[in-house]
Design a binder for this molecule. Structure first.
Ligand SMILES: Cc1cc2nc3c(=O)[nH]c(=O)nc-3n(C[C@H](O)[C@H](O)[C@H](O)COP(=O)(O)OP(=O)(O)OC[C@H]3O[C@@H](n4cnc5c(N)ncnc54)[C@H](O)[C@@H]3O)c2cc1C
Length: 560
């Protein structure tokens, strides 16, 4: 059942075996999977509203129209690396969390990204091969909207065909200017080969766009895991519009195995109706990369010295809470080009197509191709800096093929780290979010090399008669200072923050959770969301969250 308010929950609620704090991407997976077993009573608490019957959350292209009520509308701290600019930091504030509002790009990252998780935790069960069943379990590959034959554009065996989240290729093939990119990949096969499938573990080359879209609609964690049959389960309660302020000790500690933290304190948003719920088995924190550290810090779990300054009694001294946040910084480039041959369909016709049979341009959100690339190993960049890529299978750069007039270049392997800290002791106060872009010199130098890489891509004969020049910012035409100023003025986030409660090996003094996602110093409290990633993967981050959550379900079941 779905309850719109805490007032709808009777006082004599049955005890819950599992409580999931945050009904976002990971939280929806956990709620769905854990309530598959009717003997477990599951409560999921979500601050945002329901996702159903909201057109903007259903029509893929309407992502740009999603209104503020479905977002946490955070603003970052001013960043010296951006000449004092702040950036909006949106996160999903709705059932399904950020998967209900995101750009729907579906990429898993590289085998090396997961090898890095295994290294960080000293637990080989996080390696790509060991995760393979979980990688497939969340996905249900579908034909493109309208049923276009897309064979040859992907590798069927690397996809899940019986899972939950619907994925697909775009409803129509490449645009004329994108066909040139494919032709170019044949000419520059060494550096920019065609990548048959972005989700095969080595995402380097020119790939087709795969999206979490099925039958012309967005497939989010909420639609895929919390559909009507799951919502109707008598052993699942989904409590919406309810804000978690803190996690609390459930029992005084009687041994040295860790604090017994299974209780959440909740409130109506900005209201004073407060209640506590205690899980009999486990509490799982899935409030995301901002919400999770904020709840922990409000609860006295974090850097004890910092917390004491706010007058918050330290409960567990874990200095890494809220620290080591990594994200993909994006710079905006522009190429001069001849006009496109493709004329967009008029809006009313596009709507008619979508309404009639879920086809047409509204069934997709982005370009049809993405270029993933590595900065050459002999680049001067690596004479000055170690290579932060998680391994040779991880690209350093991503360039989605939107209109080349506004080309985005994302750095996938940043060295800069940001943080989430408390602003005040008021649990409703937005935390201080410091993305801290370009605080490490590698990132600016890597963007510079990345632009040179992209310039090489656009110099082949495949572009003759279309690309007529590079409009910059050009590191080879501007002074260092001029170049940096343009980048600092236009850089933005790719919305892929991770790492504020990162995983590490059980006995390491660093990190926030161990390889089984247990909060260090506590028992029966796990964290399952993007905050536990030790480093941002070379991917859009929702698929890694799904993989993490499916794996976590098994860790939780195995511990029973
Ligand atoms: C605008 C945008 C575009 C993106 N585009 C893409 C893309 O195209 N492809 C891709 O792969 N990734 C994309 N991402 C990133 C991806 O969606 C996220 O990394 C991923 O969904 C995070 O999952 P999560 O479970 O960690 O957190 P979330 O899905 O954000 O879930 C956290 C949940 O906890 C709830 N919550 C937080 N605090 C509290 C509290 N105190 N009390 C109660 N509930 C709380 C939130 O409301 C939310 O529902 C995008 C993200 C954004 C914001």
């Amino acid at each position: 059942r779905v309850l719109g308010s805490i007032d709808d929950l009777p006082d004599d609620v049955e005890p819950y075996d599992f409580i999931i704090a945050g009904g976002g991407t990971a939280g929806s997976v956990l709620a769905s999977r854990l309530s598959e077993d009717p003997k477990f009573n599951v409560l999921v608490v979500e601050a945002g509203p329901d996702n159903t019957n909201v057109l903007e959350l259903i029509v893929p292209a309407f992502q740009v129209n999603i209104t503020a009520q479905y977002f946490w509308n955070y603003t970052s701290e001013p960043m010296p690396g951006l000449n004092g600019r702040t950036l909006p930091v949106p996160r999903g504030h709705v059932l399904g969390g950020s998967s209900s509002v995101n750009g729907q790009v579906y990429t898993r990252g590289s085998t090396d990204d997961y090898k890095y998780w295994a290294r960080a935790t000293r637990d080989p069960r996080w390696e790509w091969d060991a995760l393979w069943p979980y990688i497939l379990r969340n996905e249900r590959w579908t034909n493109p909207a309208g049923g276009r034959n897309a064979s040859g554009e992907y590798i069927p065996k690397v996809h899940g065909h019986e899972g939950n989240v619907l994925t697909s290729l775009p409803w129509n093939g490449a645009f004329p200017h994108e066909l040139r990119a494919l032709e170019n990949a044949n000419i520059q096969d060494d550096e920019f080969p065609i990548l048959r499938d972005v989700n095969g573990g080595r995402p380097i080359g020119l790939s087709r766009m795969q999206s979490t879209i099925g039958h012309g609609e967005r497939s989010s964690a909420a639609t895929a895991y919390l559909g009507s049959q799951v919502r109707d389960r008598p052993n699942l309660t989904i409590l919406l519009n309810t804000y978690i302020t803190r996690v609390l000790q459930s029992n005084p500690t009687t041994d040295d195995t860790g604090l017994d933290i299974r209780t959440i304190e909740v409130a109506t948003r900005f209201g004073d109706v407060k209640r506590n719920f205690t899980a009999t088995k486990e509490l799982i924190l899935s409030a995301g990369v901002i919400g999770t550290p904020q709840i922990l810090l409000n609860s006295g779990i974090g850097n004890a010295t910092e917390l004491s300054k706010f007058g918050i009694a330290p409960v567990i001294d874990l200095p890494d809470v809220g620290q080591h946040m990594t994200d993909h910084v994006v710079s905006v480039l522009a190429w001069e080009h001849a006009p496109h041959n493709a004329t967009p369909l008029p809006a009313d016709l596009a709507w008619e197509m979508w309404e009639r049979d879920r086809t047409g341009p509204l069934t997709e959100r982005h370009a049809h191709l993405i270029l993933w690339s590595r900065i050459p190993g002999d680049s001067d960049l690596f004479k000055q800096h170690d290579d932060p890529a998680t391994g040779p299978n991880s690209p350093h750069l991503e360039m989605p093929f939107n209109d080349p007039t506004v080309s985005l270049l994302a750095l996938l392997t940043p060295k800069s780290e940001g943080s989430v800290k408390l602003r005040s002791i008021d649990p409703f106060d937005d935390p201080l979010i410091d993305l801290n872009f370009f605080s490490h010199p590698f990132d600016m130098d890597a963007i510079k090399e990345g632009i040179r890489t992209m310039k090489r891509f656009f110099t082949s004969p495949a572009w003759d008669g279309y690309i007529t020049g590079f409009a910059g910012p050009d590191p080879d035409a501007l002074s260092d200072e001029e170049f940096q100023n343009v980048i600092k003025a236009n850089a933005r986030t790719f919305w892929h923050q991770v790492g504020t409660a990162r995983m590490s090996s059980k006995h390491s003094a660093e990190g926030v959770v161990d390889g089984e996602l247990n909060l260090k110093g506590a028992k029966e409290l796990r964290i399952v969301d993007a905050s536990v990633f030790p480093y941002v993967p070379a991917a859009h981050t929702q698929a890694p969250v799904y993989i993490l959550a499916e794996r976590a379900v098994h860790l939780i079941r195995d511990a029973l």
